[in-house]
Design a protein around this ligand. Structure first.
Ligand SMILES: [Zn+2]
Length: 449
């Protein structure tokens, strides 16, 4: 067989298109991001573009497409417009027969200051990939370049994505998941760099408040060390903390190599409030293992088009909540008395919720999409937070394991799961999670009452 015949007999596979996004914000006070998608090497008669309906870590369909306006497409070589239509609430289709390069323009209204949405005003720009960019079905694994065009030369960019060589305004995500997992902060934020275990860490702070950045960094370093000790090192090259100081906001969203935090700007001097903030830091940081790399099978690959159901959020969130306080104790930030006071408060809180007799934890996890984030007058009677109950079930598991096995604890369950599933990013099933707990506990704990 000659080489030419061999080539002909191979099925033709289209070459990967080059995907380049440009994000401009020429009038930041208008709260509108101007996004341009440029594709090269396109080979199909139609181009499908889909906007995620949710972002990983926040289990609610948020319909990000509702903020899109002025969608248009054209051929960048001839300048001629290309036809397009909408096939669903978050699905656009562009006619691309006979063209290899495509330019798509659209605007995204960004006026919601939370960790899982976009915010643009005269002082800064912040966005989440899932709330700003389309994915191309079939090409989710293609690399994506993102060029940021700030409105003023003094605005800087903070993100965990690496820059394209020689261009400090263009960043590269190896695939769409990575882009959706890498928020951007653009502006004149305070920027601090520090090392922990020889790895570079950054802290970007937007807004003014009563925090002492040096104290915050010192405490954060202790938290990072305590968590790294549990899991045996830090599984990233660089990590970024993005902090928004807001009026009364509160929230955190975990990512693989960064986290976004939103906290009241005057919540750093009062010891109790400051402790709550450090718990938030410890919580989001803990997630870089538990849920970002060590995750349930159902979250192994994300479906951005709809709800992703799992019964294990109690472990992803509840166990992380248990450790966010425990880590402050181990880091020497919290005294034993303070740790016990915090547990005591949470036990009282759980006992005051009648819904704990109605909704099991697995159901609370599964129905997060329609219940936890959509509270109403009946919520306390019919449901229980998988954060709160999951935290206290983790406490009970830890106590039970320690009681029966003096040299073991819940730490060993996490380490076993990390080695078995997390390091290789293999999703675990609910029976596998149960098995790992039983293996360390030396008994089947699923039926203990
Ligand atoms: Zn969490």
């Amino acid at each position: 067989m000659t080489e030419a015949t061999a080539t002909r007999s191979r099925p033709t596979r289209p070459t990967q298109p080059t995907i380049h996004y440009r994000v401009a914000m020429p009038q930041p006070a208008s709260h509108v991001f101007e996004v341009t998608l440029h594709l090269d090497g396109w080979q199909a008669p139609t181009l499908d573009l889909k906007m995620p309906v949710w972002t990983p870590g926040s289990y609610l369909v948020r319909e990000y497409a509702r903020q899109i306006q002025r969608f248009s497409a054209h051929n960048p070589i001839t300048g001629e417009p290309l036809g397009s239509c909408k096939l669903a609430k978050n699905h656009w289709q562009v006619t691309t027969a006979g063209v290899t390069a495509v330019t798509v323009r659209y605007e995204v209204f960004a006026h919601e200051l939370t960790v899982r949405t976009n915010h643009l005003d005269a002082t800064h720009g912040y966005f989440n990939g899932a709330a700003l960019f389309f994915y191309l079905p079939g090409w989710e694994q293609a690399a994506i370049a993102v060029e940021i065009v700030p409105p003023y030369p003094e605005w800087q960019v903070a993100t965990s994505l690496p820059t394209l060589k020689g261009d400090r305004r263009t960043f590269v995500a190896q695939n769409f998941d990575t882009l959706a997992d890498s928020p951007f902060e653009i502006g004149t934020h305070g920027h601090y760099a520090f090392q922990v275990l020889d790895k570079p860490h950054e802290l970007a702070i937007w807004g003014q408040g009563n925090l002492d950045p040096q104290r915050l960094i010192a405490d954060t370093q202790k938290i990072i060390q305590a968590e790294a000790q549990l899991f045996g090192g830090l599984p990233y090259d660089r990590y970024l903390f993005l902090l928004h100081l807001s009026g009364s906001g509160y929230g955190g969203l975990e990512h693989k190599n960064s986290c976004s935090l939103n906290y009241p700007r005057f919540g750093f001097r009062d010891p109790e409030k400051y402790q709550r903030f450090l718990q938030l830091v410890a919580h989001e940081f803990f997630h870089l293992w538990n849920v970002k790399r060590l995750r349930p099978k159902e979250l192994e690959t994300f479906d951005y088009d709809q709800e992703n159901y799992t019964t294990s959020l109690w472990f992803c969130e509840g166990t992380t909540s248990y450790y966010d306080t425990l880590m402050l104790l181990r880091a020497g930030i919290l005294e034993p008395k303070g740790f016990l006071a915090s547990l005591s408060k949470d036990i009282s809180r759980l006992q005051s919720i009648p819904g704990r007799w109605v909704q099991p934890l697995s159901e609370a996890s599964f129905d997060a999409w329609i219940k936890l984030y959509r509270r109403d007058a009946n919520s306390d009677n019919s449901q229980v937070s998988y954060y709160l109950k999951g935290e206290l079930v983790s406490l009970l598991l830890d106590l039970r394991i320690r009681d029966r096995n003096p040299d073991r604890s819940l730490d060993d369950v996490l380490r076993l799961l990390w080695q078995r599933f997390g390091q290789g990013e293999i999703g675990y099933t609910e029976p596998q999670l149960r098995e790992a707990i039983a293996e360390i506990a030396g008994e089947d704990v699923s039926r203990i009452s």
